[in-house]
Structures are given as structure tokens and as C-alpha cells.
Design a binder for this molecule. Structure first.
Ligand code: URA
Length: 253
């Protein structure tokens, strides 16, 4: 994400953005929306009509108005996306693979992902512009429960599932006790749900390897009380205020 800075009179660095970006970052709409408003003459900066989306502004110092109403602060945005497999959870991929931002409106650069899912993992991914919220959900100290549906390459017996429940030793230390719900077995595979309160890199895959098997399919189905539900793969929606509150209530030290 591009962001420039300039020195303020008092010597600190101040954020400087193009006008379309500043409006979009304020949570009013996409950059395409902002460009349309600017072109339509609905936007003024310090009282002056500006019709170029490339005009640089500093939202902390410049008075920006849309239809005469001041644009201040920024609206908090919370999005849930059903990440498909094959998409990386980064803004740009040096290897040119599709990214989760390809699935969001107008490139989605007004939000950042709350944690990551592996390339081969699908399911519930939160995106927001609220860094405090992201910290609550991702910092293991707050223990926000994250639930995954797992299909393994071999059958796991109850003893192996119990080991996952109690915690296994990984190279970065023992895992915390986890909730494991055995769903079913096929001839040579096991399906179960696991709920973790920490989010280490490739944690579920490494835990399953620690009990002698391999993950064939991994889907994050829930974070706290929020389930992926009927959201189609590759689609997103905004969270309701109640859902945001529920997520925060599930993340306490
Ligand atoms: N655990 C994993 O192994 N991968 C993910 O993407 C998330 C949790």
C-alpha cells in the first residue's frame, strides 16, 4: 500500500494521501466511488473545489468535505471473506499468484487481513482497518478461538485425537490444549473439527504431522461465535455490529 509522509511544522511525520485514497480510507466508499464524487465536483479541500483525484491531502490538517459535510476520522470496516484455496493472504505476491485482495471491491486496499490462512487453506478470513480489533483477534494472549475442519490422509484413532486435545510438541514449543470434535471416518481418512486459541504458522498441519498423519483438507469454519455459514466460497460481506461485539467478547486475556 502506498503512503507518503511529509514533515509537519512541529517536525513530526504526517500521513499524505491522494484525495481519492483519503476518501476511501475514511470508509466512505471505494476509490472508484471517490473518483466519481471528485469528478462530479462534490469534494472540496480547504474550501476549494478539487476535481483531481491525484490531489495530495493530509486528513489530519486539510479540511476535506463531501457535499459540504466534513470528512473526518474513518469509519471502521469489518469484512468476512470466504477465502478459496490457491489465494495468498498478502497484498501483492512476488510470484504473481492470486491474492485475497483480488476478491474484494476496488482492490480492497482499505482493509488488511486479520491473521493469515495458508495458500492451501480455505475458509473464514477477517479483514478490517481497525488495528486494535485485529490485535485482539490475533494476539494469542486474548485466546480468540479459531475452529478448523480437518480431513486427514490416514485414519486417526482416539488416542491420536486425544494427543491433539492435550497438546503436542512442535519445534516452537508445546501447543495449548485444544477442542477436538471427531466428526466421522471414511475407510482411510478422519474428519474432525479442532479449536485453537493460538495461531502459529501452519499450526494445524504441523499438529497433525506430529501425530503421524497429514492434512488433506483444511477449512477455517469459525472464529469465536462467527461461523462461515452460507457465505459462498470467494465471496465477502460486512459484519454486523453485533457480530463484531461477539468476536471481541470471545477474545479476552
Ligand atoms: N493452521 C494451518 O496449518 N494452516 C492455516 O492456514 C491455519 C491454521
Amino acid at each position: 500500500m502506498r503512503q507518503e509522509t511529509r514533515r509537519s511544522g512541529s517536525g513530526g511525520k504526517r500521513p499524505l494521501k491522494t484525495l481519492d485514497r483519503a476518501l476511501s480510507k475514511a470508509g466512505l466508499g471505494s476509490r472508484a466511488d471517490a473518483r466519481a464524487w471528485i469528478a462530479a465536483g462534490r469534494v472540496r479541500v480547504n474550501g476549494k473545489l478539487i476535481q483531481s483525484p491525484e490531489h495530495w491531502v493530509d486528513l489530519e490538517r486539510d479540511r476535506v468535505t463531501l457535499d459540504g459535510k466534513p470528512v473526518t476520522g474513518r469509519k471502521k470496516i469489518y469484512i468476512v471473506l470466504y477465502k478459496p484455496t490457491g489465494y495468498v493472504t498478502t497484498y501483492k505476491d512476488p510470484r504473481g499468484r492470486p491474492t485475497v485482495y483480488d476478491l474484494l471491491p476496488d482492490g480492497g486496499d482499505f482493509v488488511f487481513p486479520v491473521g493469515r490462512l495458508d495458500l492451501d487453506t480455505s475458509g473464514l478470513l477477517l479483514l478490517t482497518n481497525d488495528s486494535q480489533f485485529a490485535e485482539r483477534i490475533t494476539n494469542p494472549a486474548y485466546k480468540a478461538p479459531k475452529t478448523y475442519l480437518v480431513k486427514t490422509a490416514t485414519r486417526l484413532d482416539e488416542a491420536a485425537l486425544d494427543r491433539l486435545r492435550q497438546g503436542v510438541m512442535l519445534k516452537d514449543g508445546p501447543t495449548r490444549p485444544a477442542g477436538v470434535r471427531h466428526l466421522r471416518d471414511s475407510a482411510s481418512k478422519t474428519f474432525f473439527e479442532i479449536t485453537l486459541t493460538e495461531g502459529r504458522n501452519r499450526q494445524v498441519r504441523r499438529m497433525v504431522e506430529a501425530v503421524g498423519s497429514r492434512v488433506l483438507k483444511l477449512v477455517r469454519v469459525a472464529i469465536g461465535p462467527l461461523r462461515i455459514g452460507a457465505l459462498p466460497v470467494g465471496k465477502w460481506r460486512e459484519l454486523t455490529r453485533e457480530e463484531v461485539r461477539g468476536l471481541l467478547r470471545s477474545a479476552v486475556p
